[in-house]
Design a protein around this ligand. Structure first.
Ligand SMILES: C[S@@+](CC[C@H](N)C(=O)[O-])C[C@H]1O[C@@H](n2cnc3c(N)ncnc32)[C@H](O)[C@@H]1O
Length: 290
């Protein structure tokens, strides 16, 4: 796989609430800057996606994509919340580097969410695959080590197990625009199984992101507050998984926004909707149905 190895190094920062998080020096971003890794992962993914209920309802197992593995706070929050459920979980993590994971594993004295999982994480970083029994839960965890936007365009991406849920946790669009382009979300949507309901929460609530997801084919709604953000975003390939779909009032606000046009290239900029983008957006079935 085409690896892009960043030259970043990482450090541990202590947040105001006393919790520790990783910080990427190269991207000048703290992974979970306000409430910390565990609380954010629980609110944004575990609770919002109702993962415990969905796991209980799927005896054959659920497939979860973890985009931006980083220091593994999101998948480990999932495992800690579901370990007591008798079931199967298939985790597919994506990142173009194992550096933050390898660094974090050496600092489980501060990052206590890692405790007990260190040997599995070392194996994941070393050979990209690990299987284990976590209490009652059977875990199959693979790592796709690649540039994510490039991977999505390759035929082999179609072989990756189709997800029931996607945790989307890249750095911010201003610092990491390649992970937030409209073509990336369009390629991601095309890889879903239309017969398998799938939801994608993410921490941003930006109009630009929401327009990108809608034009990619997703339904989009307001996502849960996390303690860090009063509103986030949830997208899905079925309206049934969205509690609060964006409505026509949001559409009118998007029309007036100075930052709504998707990123078509991996270069950050802000711009109002182009007339042709507006025409596509207003024709989305989410708004004709509401
Ligand atoms: C905010 S961090 C993720 C934090 C992580 N979810 C956690 O819980 O610790 C963003 C991650 O996205 C990864 N990333 C950034 N650009 C990428 C790309 N083009 N392809 C794959 N991964 C990328 C970074 O290496 C980084 O680990």
């Amino acid at each position: 796989m085409g690896q892009e190895l960043p030259t970043a190094d990482y450090k541990i920062v202590r947040l105001a609430n006393g919790v520790h998080s990783l910080h990427s020096v190269a991207h000048r971003e703290t992974f979970h800057p306000v409430i910390g890794p565990v609380a954010e992962a629980r609110a944004l993914y575990v609770d919002q996606l109702r993962l415990r209920e969905r796991l209980s309802a799927h005896p054959d197992g659920v497939v979860i994509w973890d985009v931006g593995l980083g220091a593994a706070a999101n998948p480990l929050a999932v495992l800690r919340a579901t370990g007591q459920i008798k079931g199967r979980i298939q985790l597919v993590s994506f990142d173009h580097t194992t550096e933050p994971l390898q660094f974090a594993v050496t600092r489980s004295d501060c990052l206590d969410y890692l405790l007990g999982y260190e040997s599995y994480l070392k194996q994941l970083a070393a050979v990209r695959h690990v299987r284990f029994l976590d209490h009652c839960l059977s875990v199959d965890w693979q790592l796709c080590l690649a540039d994510f936007p490039t991977l999505l365009m390759q035929p082999k991406a179609a072989q990756i197990p189709k997800p029931h849920a996607i945790m989307f946790d890249a750095y911010s669009p201003a610092r990491n625009p390649a992970m937030w382009t409209q073509p990336l979300f369009a390629n991601l949507f095309r890889l879903l199984d239309p017969k398998r309901p799938c939801a994608l929460p993410t921490y941003s609530r930006s109009t630009m992101l929401r327009v990108s997801l809608l034009l990619a084919g997703f339904y989009v709604g307001s996502g849960h507050a996390t303690g860090e953000k009063e509103e986030t975003t949830i997208a899905a390939n079925t309206l049934d998984l969205i509690n609060e779909p964006l409505d026509r009032r949001w559409l009118q606000r998007a029309r007036k926004s100075t930052s709504a046009e998707p990123l078509w290239e991996p270069v950050y900029r802000q711009a109002p909707l182009r007339p042709e983008t507006w025409e596509k957006l207003r024709a989305h079935s989410q708004f004709s149905a509401s």
